[in-house]
Ligand binder design. Sequence first.
Ligand code: TIU
Length: 227
Amino acid sequence: MSSVDAFPYPYDFDARTTALLVIDMQRDFVEEGGFGSALGNDVRPLAAIVPTVAALLRLARGAGMMVAHTRESHLPDLSDCPPAKRLRGNPILGIGDAGPMGRILVRGEPGNQILAALAPAPGESVIDKPGKGAFYATDLHAQLQARGITHLLFAGVTTEVCVQTSMREANDRGYECLLVEDACASYFPAFHEATLAMLTAQGGIVGWKAPLASLQRALPLPQGETP
Ligand code: TIU
């Protein structure tokens, strides 16, 4: 067992029954020149977490944890994209349209790929999800159950949208959830902070939060490896 100095109280877990979920670290959300920035969002807060997420991946892999990556994506015929999602906000650039990195949020397009710096390792799960939550219309829960996973660590973007939705879905399914606060980001820093506060209020109503450094103290890397 490991114990992390977390908020609102220590988070105890066993690496053998814990998985790291890296949510939607895809080019269209994070890279300058992608969908996110084309919509006028400032992608710098998202790009800034890439080294932290990379270090978290090294830590999880070094501890032998299950790692799963998600991508928000749709089938090329958009049959898994409700019109409500496609049309919301009357977008100039919508899901399925030709964007700066291929068709927006469509599987297989360049913008839908996970950042090269955070590429999934062989054997790691990659979950294509049509919703904000990682459990909706995916087999993630079945994959976690098959591996005996009871605890989940969360990283990725954006804190208040896909990370928060996924953590709430996981909480309702009985997982003990910890959000790695400096491995998540939002286009709106105030929303990131508000999300951390609301998830961990009321004695950890949805779960815990801790920075990467606390996890690194709880779970040293194997000898010879650097963070
Ligand atoms: N992955 C994710 O959070 N999808 C979004 O659309 N996020 C926004 O903040 N827009």
